[in-house]
Design a protein around this ligand. Structure first.
Ligand code: C5P
Length: 208
């Protein structure tokens, strides 16, 4: 079973993908982590993010067993990730890794922005998880302040809107629901309710 989970920042897609992976016993790949790790490599090597060739080189050189989980979760890494993710050469450099993971014999679950549309157009189940920008910004702001980041809610809301517009507006693999994706709006759902709804969607697809 190949499951694709897409959606914007802080929609709940990562939490839902992890829960589905546990429930159905599937390996899970957080593809955003690949773009975030590329972003950190670009920052550390002082690569100009407009230099597509150098950024793609950083993506190809990624050691996915050595990703620094704390560093890739910062707002700085997220903002740079969405810039390098707009570069077709970076997306191409990360394609094979994601596709190989998706084709694991026992099945797999991937979450990101273009899984249902580009990486796994042949997925058995496609979920598009979304929520309104204010709710997503509030979730993200709580996460960041819990980590000790003094950022204001308004700044996080502005960053969320900026990231949404970059991810949906780029020419290559823009964020959008696949035509055959099932939409799951988590704006007014608790985490548990959102996970339960996602499990039902996958079970319905299995029984169809
Ligand atoms: O999901 P996450 O917030 O970790 O992703 C960081 C950024 O990486 C996104 O804003 C997006 O620009 C990019 N991304 C992407 N395609 C994916 C996963 C993430 O373009 N499949």
């Amino acid at each position: 079973m190949m499951i694709a989970v897409d959606g914007p920042l802080a929609s709940g897609k990562g939490t839902i993908a992890k829960a589905l992976a546990r429930h159905f016993g599937l390996p899970h790949l957080d593809t955003g982590a690949l773009y975030r790790a590329t972003a950190i490599a670009v920052i550390d090597a002082k690569i100009d993010p407009a230099d597509a060739g150098a950024a793609a080189g950083a993506a190809r050189a990624l050691d996915i067993t050595a990703i620094d989980e704390d560093r890739i979760r910062t707002a700085e890494a997220g903002a740079m990730a969405s810039r390098v993710a707009a570069l077709p050469a970076v997306r191409a450099a990360l394609y094979d890794l994601q596709r190989e993971f998706a084709l694991r014999p026992g099945g797999a679950i991937l979450d990101g922005r273009d899984i249902g549309t580009v990486i796994c157009p042949d997925a058995d189940v496609k979920l598009y998880v979304t929520a309104n920008a204010e709710t997503r910004a509030d979730r993200r702001w709580r996460e960041l302040t819990a980590q000790g980041d003094p950022i204001s809610y308004q700044t996080v809301l502005d960053q969320t809107r900026e990231r949404d517009s970059r991810d949906t507006g780029r020419a290559d693999a823009p964020l959008r629901p696949a035509d055959d994706a099932t939409l799951l709006d988590t704006s007014s759902l608790s985490i548990d309710a959102a996970i339960a709804a996602a499990i039902r969607i996958v079970e319905n697809a299995q029984n169809a």
